[in-house]
Ligand binder design. Structure first.
Ligand SMILES: NC(=O)c1ccc[n+]([C@@H]2O[C@H](COP(=O)([O-])OP(=O)(O)OC[C@H]3O[C@@H](n4cnc5c(N)ncnc54)[C@H](OP(=O)(O)O)[C@@H]3O)[C@@H](O)[C@H]2O)c1
Length: 245
C-alpha cells in the first residue's frame, strides 16, 4: 500500500486530497497544526500534528509517518496587502510557511525516497504565479519561488527515481483560504492610496467567472502522484487551465 503525507490537511485542498486518496485505497498521513476529527477515524488514516515552520515538529512528524511515497506540500496562506503596509515579520511569516516550509519538508523526506529509489514530491503553488497582480506581490513571490525550486529539484532528484510536480490551482473561494489569510494578515495595512486598486482587485477575485473546486486540486495531485508521465506543472481548475494555456 502506498503512503501519502499531506501538509495542511485540516481544510480545503489538503482535506479534499486526503479524502480522495483514502477513497482510492492509499495510506494517508494527514498532517495539521491542530489535529482534529475532520476526517473520521479509519484503518488507513494517520493524523499527525505538523507545523511546517517548526523544525522539531517536522522531524517528529516525518519520523512518526514512516516511509512516505508521496509528499504533498500544500500548507499555505496569502492575503491582499501592499508591501509597504506589511511589516517584515508578516512578510517573513508568509515565506516561512509557503516557501521555507516546503523546502524543509522536502529536505526531510528526500533521503528516505532516495534510499528507496522512488518517490514523488507535489508542491501546491498558485495560478497567481502566472499573473501580474498588484497587492499579491509577496504571496506571488513566495509561491513563484516554489515553482522555481520544483523545476530545478526535478532534475536534481530524477536520477534517484524521484519525481517533482507543481500543481497550480486557480482561485478557490470554497476553501478557508480567504478567511484564514485575512486572520493571519491582521495588521497588514492597505494604505489609502491603494484603496481603489484594492477594491478593483477584490471585486475581480470574488466576482463571477470560473473557479477551482478543492476536488479538482485533489485530482491534479492524484495525477501528479500516480502518472509517471505527469508534466512538471499541472493546472487545477478551469480558470488555472485557461491561464496556463
Ligand atoms: N484557495 C485559493 O484560492 C488558492 C488558490 C491557489 C493556491 N492556493 C494554495 O493552496 C494551498 C491550500 O489552500 P486552501 O485554499 O486549501 O486554504 P485553507 O483551506 O486555508 O487550507 C490551508 C491549510 O494550510 C494549513 N497551514 C497554514 N499554515 C500552516 C503551517 N505553518 N503548518 C502547517 N499547516 C499550515 C492550514 O492549517 P490551519 O487550519 O492550522 O491554519 C490549512 O490546513 C495553500 O498553499 C494556498 O496558498 C489556494
Amino acid at each position: 500500500m502506498q503512503t501519502i503525507l499531506i501538509t495542511g490537511s485540516s481544510s480545503g485542498f489538503g482535506l479534499a486530497t486526503a479524502k480522495l486518496f483514502l477513497a482510492r485505497g492509499w495510506r494517508v498521513v494527514a498532517t495539521m497544526r491542530r489535529p482534529n476529527d475532520v476526517l473520521p477515524a479509519q484503518p488507513n488514516l494517520t493524523v499527525l500534528p505538523l507545523d511546517v515552520t517548526d523544525a522539531g515538529s517536522i522531524a517528529a512528524a516525518v519520523a512518526a509517518a514512516g516511509p512516505v511515497d508521496v509528499l504533498v506540500n500544500n500548507a499555505g496562506f496569502g492575503g491582499l496587502a501592499a508591501v509597504e503596509g506589511m511589516d517584515m515579520g508578516q512578510l517573513r511569516a508568509m515565506f516561512e510557511t509557503n516557501t521555507f516550509g516546503t523546502f524543509a519538508m522536502t529536505k526531510a523526506v528526500l533521503p528516505q525516497m532516495r534510499a528507496r529509489g522512488a518517490g514523488v514530491v507535489v508542491n501546491v503553488t498558485s495560478s497567481v504565479t502566472l499573473l501580474t497582480v498588484p497587492l499579491l506581490s509577496v504571496y506571488k513571490a513566495s509561491k513563484a519561488a516554489v515553482n522555481a525550486f520544483g523545476e530545478c529539484l526535478a532534475e536534481e532528484v530524477a536520477p534517484f527515481g524521484i519525481r517533482v510536480v507543481t500543481v497550480l490551482p486557480g482561485r478557490a473561494p470554497g476553501t478557508r483560504f480567504g478567511e484564514a489569510s485575512r486572520a493571519r494578515m491582521t495588521g497588514a495595512e492597505i494604505p489609502e492610496a491603494y484603496g481603489a486598486m484594492a477594491q478593483a482587485l477584490f471585486a475581480n477575485l470574488t466576482g463571477p467567472g470560473p473557479v477551482t473546486e478543492a476536488e479538482e486540486v485533489a485530482e491534479a495531485v492524484w495525477r501528479a502522484a500516480t502518472d509517471p508521465a505527469a508534466p512538471l506543472r499541472i493546472a487545477a481548475g478551469a480558470d488555472a487551465v485557461a491561464l496556463m494555456g
